[in-house]
Design a protein around this ligand. Sequence first.
Ligand code: FPP
Length: 231
Amino acid sequence: MKDGLHVAIILDGNGRWAKRRGLPRNAGHRAGMEAIKKTVLASCELGIKILSLFAFSTENWKRSQKEIDGIFGILRDYLDENIEVYKEKGINLRIMGDLSKLPEDISKKLISAQEETASCDKLIVNVGINYGGRDELVRAFNLLLKEGKSIVSAEDIKKKLYTHDLPDPDLVIRTSGEQRLSNFMLFQCAYSELYFPKILWPDFNKKALKKALSVYKKRDRRFGNVTEEKK
Ligand code: FPP
């Protein structure tokens, strides 16, 4: 299970997708949710083992209350409509981030969805909600300090990340053409391949995912080593 491909996606472009159609931003997020559904199913079909999605960052609280309420409303609907599908398809939902700041009904739903799908092992969908890479590292260091550690190793830090039991992402996709990590899985993405397609997130689908995988397959991953022919 843990040896398959780990694809991480920074969902970007919902707002621009809506603007181009003269629609409110939350219509873009709702279309973005449809793209999440398609991408989760496509990931199952394509044999991806872990799909990490950056849905709501620690910085997204700066958006208008109307947009934040819209996003959480969409997330609420997504959970209500999809947990049975996850169980049927063998998908384990996991959340990374600080759930204590979310509306209480949503954090409860997220906790029970994680418990209900914990034994599913076809695909892990690991969603970042109120997640930030720096926050995750600060949390990890504080946990280690609490344990009385004064010197720490990379292994110690990894053990305290939300993804302590998952391999690092092989491929990070950020849609909409922006070329930044924006505080996403900073420790875990040290050696990930990065891919920045122009497609806006609501237009993302199985075809776009297959294209990303074909780009990834052509990459030469060296992890700091040299290629065979240069040795
Ligand atoms: C990025 O586009 C999108 C977001 C920050 C929010 C994503 C949220 C959802 C798809 C809905 C609910 C989540 C789940 C897990 C079902 P943007 O708004 O930054 O786009 P822009 O850069 O074009 O303005």
